[in-house]
Design a protein around this ligand. Structure first.
Ligand SMILES: C[S@@+](CC[C@H](N)C(=O)[O-])C[C@H]1O[C@@H](n2cnc3c(N)ncnc32)[C@H](O)[C@@H]1O
Length: 304
């Protein structure tokens, strides 16, 4: 699974540490160690977590259609809820990989509590490129590459870890879909990043308003409004990354055309649309789920 690279167990856990962190990963790690993301609700059980997955059309279909006996890596897994639910009730070997020990530790405690031996935790930096080429059937990387200083370079590395015909899912902040968040970031800054400004953002942000957990509200606020490294991207950009790395486009949310995505078809090849249709789709995304959830878009590809 690993290239010839220095590995060691982190004391007192079953977390394996691989390689070392580059400067940006250290900065990001420093940020997340105070705010592990997305964190766990104190009361949440494994069944609650799986229920959240089931109520999300994308995740429900994704897990069902991915199949069994697969090697899966979640890159930038944070507190690793997705890795936990993908390993639950399957014989898939899931690797939760992240640069922040404090985040992985929360996931690891949860996975051990619910006896999920097929969920493994690895601490490291994408850019130390620790995994063998062609090892995984599925590489999932959502919400992490836009917190690096070279998202395309990071994508190139993680797509090499994928087997032929393997599936890659990339989730990034959308240039258009994130405009509402960007305007709230501006309001916060213009009001001097004060307590009052924070209260206004708490009132304006739909995710913060919908959260009942105080901890989760704060973690979302930190992640969305105080992050030290953040970039935004477009569907057109990701299609170019795919082409350069021999990844065939399968589907995306939002779609590359102006048509609504049929979640049952997320593993079926969809149209790449045109430059204009992709732009319109991303802009409309701002007024739908994208605008509500920080503008994160997902693209699925298959290695040729
Ligand atoms: C916003 S959190 C996303 C967590 C999870 N994927 C989710 O969507 O809930 C971003 C995560 O990416 C991790 N990350 C950022 N840069 C990384 C790098 N170079 N290598 C590994 N992980 C990284 C951070 O430690 C953090 O936990």
């Amino acid at each position: 699974m690993f290239k010839k690279i220095k590995t060691k167990m982190v004391t007192g856990t079953t977390i394996l540490q691989v390689g070392s962190h580059a400067t940006t990963a250290l900065k990001v790690q420093n940020f997340y160690k105070k705010n592990p993301f997305p964190n766990f609700d104190d009361y949440a059980s494994l069944t609650d977590l799986d229920e959240v997955r089931r109520s999300n059309d994308f995740l429900r279909i994704f897990k069902d259609q991915l199949g069994l006996g697969k090697k899966i890596i979640e890159v930038g897994s944070g507190t690793s809820q997705l890795s936990v639910v993908l390993s639950f009730g399957t014989n898939n070997q899931v690797t939760a990989f992240d640069a922040t020990l404090e985040s992985l530790q929360l996931g690891e405690v949860f996975a051990r509590k619910y006896n999920l031996p097929n969920c493994n935790f690895v601490l490291g930096d994408i850019f130390s490129d620790p995994f063998e080429d062609g090892y995984f059937d599925c590489v999932w990387c959502s919400g992490a590459l836009h917190h690096t200083d070279d998202p395309q370079g990071g994508f190139d590395i993680i797509s090499k870890w994928l087997k032929k015909n393997g599936i890659i899912v990339v989730g990034l902040y959308s240039k258009f879909g994130r405009l509402k968040t960007k305007s709230r970031q501006l309001i916060f800054k213009c009001l001097g990043s004060s307590m009052w400004a924070k209260r206004i953002v708490y009132f304006l942000d739909p995710i913060i308003r919908s959260q009942t957990s105080k901890l989760k509200k704060e973690v979302w606020f930190q992640d969305q409004y105080l992050h030290p490294v953040e970039s935004t991207h477009t569907l057109t950009e990701v299609l170019k990354w795919f082409d350069l790395m021999g990844i065939e486009f399968v589907s995306s949310v939002p779609s590359c055309t102006t048509e609504k995505v049929n979640m049952n078809d997320i593993f079926k090849k969809q149209s790449r649309g045109s430059f204009l249709s992709r732009m319109i789709s991303e802009f409309l995304f701002l007024f739908g789920t994208g605008g509500l959830e920080g503008g994160l878009f997902l693209v699925i590809g298959r290695k040729k």
